[in-house]
Design a binder for this molecule. Structure first.
Ligand code: AMP
Ligand code: ZN
Length: 136
């Protein structure tokens, strides 16, 4: 895709720090890391969100991610980490080419992912029914 920064990285038009590459995926160090070793796992095919990703790449994604996490753990001294994947602008997606973040965690203070809110259990009850019925 023209003007897609990750397609350009995959094609070698823009430099990156590659930590893993095969026919279908490339993993690079994030340019503005949340923590040391923050890595992006990027399928080479251009898709935007999780729902656009092909079945084949979706099926391979977690195994590739596990392999990369193991590599990161063997080099960097961490055992905890976050896997984050943003879909759409409201969710914080800034690069419109599907990617998954691996963020090593070294201390509790580094990043806040979300602020929990009070919940009404009765809302969840009917909501769960509605969603369960919608999932085919
Ligand atoms: P997201 O907000 O989920 O779309 O994440 C996009 C990520 O891509 C951000 O963490 C950026 O720091 C990172 N990023 C943007 N441009 C580059 C680049 N040229 N090389 C490496 N990481 C990048
Ligand atoms: Zn792209």
């Amino acid at each position: 895709m023209e003007n897609c920064i990750f397609c350009k990285i995959i094609n070698g038009e823009i430099p990156s720090f590659t930590v893993y590459e095969d026919d279908d995926f490339k993993a690079i160090l994030d340019l503005s890391p949340a923590t040391k070793g923050h890595t992006l796992v990027i399928p080479k095919e251009h898709s935007i969100t999780l729902l656009d990703l092909s079945k084949d790449r979706a099926e391979k994604l977690l195994e590739i991610t596990k392999k990369i996490v193991n590599g990161l753990k063997s080099v960097l001294n961490f055992s905890n980490y976050n896997i984050i994947q943003n879909n759409g602008k409201l969710a914080g997606q800034t690069v419109e080419h599907f990617h998954l973040h691996i963020i090593p965690r070294y201390s509790v203070e580094e990043i806040t992912l979300w602020v929990p809110h009070e919940n009404d259990p009765s809302v969840n009850n009917s909501l769960a029914d509605e969603i369960r019925n919608a999932i085919k």
